[in-house]
Design a protein around this ligand. Structure first.
Ligand code: AMP
Length: 347
């Protein structure tokens, strides 16, 4: 039975990066108290916490302390030990399913999971110890774990390049990429947004609502996302990324959390992904979410000044995370109403 956690109660967040920060901001707006756990004493979410626990993500005692002090606990990223979570969810109020976390931490398990639900994936070869496998076409080799923003990926052409504990994915032509952000509360599933995503150097560059996918393609992606949520004991927001390749909707991956592409909902939607997540994990009703046309640009360290200056002349909604501006590090995003192209910088 899902617990109802009303404003005034305490929400624990594992992870103090920008997702933790925006979750905390949303929860504080609603009147919750926040405890953040993060190994980095200067993490950017800390400023929105009532209490901060400075500990590593594998520190069982400290994570348990967070659970003990919180009425509900959530996490902002996947690289937490799923075994630790499985033990703690027996005793404390953690509603984001360690089972789904374990699946999403492993690219092979994730694709197999999609397959069991009859959701199409790219063709793939799972490599464990044996790398002596003949390949007849180039593949995108990805590490099984801990990959993000294209890290741990490379194109390989011959068997000598195959590495252990990887997955070889067929390289598909991409018409476009979309993500479905959905929430599950104790009442039902809501679609927070369907977003089209454009990457540059494997990092999300721009997102857009509405997408240019067909209604049929969007409906299919939404249906697959609902299928995932209906088959797992999970509450909160999840994001499912899809490729559209030669017109077909193909599952890419699941993030069991709020997502970079969902930052667009801070302006596009009558309720942001952050608020939807807080409500869903607290046993409240998320309700129907409507979006309007909006464009999001991610801000990387090297582009800080360009975007800061931009709002002196162009109306936009700048969100900076108070992170040090390093090359290719996401330090903020900016949302614009409408379909906005930024000229030269956008080429
Ligand atoms: P991922 O970390 O798996 O989301 O991959 C990062 C990006 O690489 C995706 O958003 C795609 O743009 C691209 N990509 C990943 N897998 C494939 C694939 N099998 N075929 C073509 N492009 C891919």
């Amino acid at each position: 039975m899902m617990k109802t956690v009303l404003p005034g109660s305490t929400i624990g967040i594992i992870g103090g990066g920008q997702l933790g920060r925006m979750l905390a901001m949303s929860a504080k707006e609603m009147g919750y108290k926040i405890i953040i756990l993060d190994p980095n004493y200067d993490c950017c979410a800390k400023i929105f916490s009532d209490k901060f626990i400075n500990a590593d993500f594998d520190n069982f005692e400290k994570i348990e302390e967070l659970c003990r002090l919180s009425d509900v606990v959530t996490f902002e990223f996947e690289n937490i030990d799923a075994k630790v979570l499985a033990i703690l969810e027996e005793k404390y109020n953690l509603v984001q399913s360690s089972k789904l976390l374990k699946i999403t931490q492993h690219r092979y398990l994730e694709k197999e999971f999609a397959k069991t639900l009859d959701i199409p994936t790219v063709n793939y070869i799972h490599i464990e110890k044996n790398t002596n496998i003949c390949i007849e076409q180039p593949y995108l080799m990805k590490t099984l774990r801990f990959g993000y923003d294209g890290k741990g990926q490379k194109i390989i052409n011959k068997k000598e390049e195959i590495e252990q504990y990887t997955i070889l994915e067929e390289i598909v032509s991409l018409d476009k990429e979309i993500s479905v952000i959905a929430s599950k509360d104790k009442f039902d599933i809501q679609i927070v947004a369907v977003v089209e995503n454009e990457h540059r150097n494997n990092i999300l560059y721009r997102s857009k609502i509405p997408t240019s996918a067909t209604e049929e393609q969007e409906n299919l992606a939404v249906e697959y996302t609902k299928r995932i949520l209906n088959n797992i004991d999970y509450y909160g927001v999840i994001t499912v990324e899809f490729f559209i390749s030669n017109g077909k909707v193909i599952f890419n991956e699941i993030a069991p959390r709020v997502h970079n592409s969902g930052h667009i909902t801070m302006q596009s939607a009558n309720k942001s992904q952050f608020r939807a997540h807080i409500e869903a994990i607290c046993g409240l009703r998320v309700g129907n979410i409507i979006n309007r046309e909006t464009t999001l640009y991610n801000i990387l360290g090297q582009d800080e000044h360009y975007f800061k200056n931009l709002i002196t002349e162009k109306q936009g909604y700048l969100h900076l995370y108070e992170k040090e501006a390093k090359q290719n590090r996401k330090i903020g995003h900016i949302n614009f109403y409408g379909d906005v192209y930024l000229g030269e910088n956008d080429e």
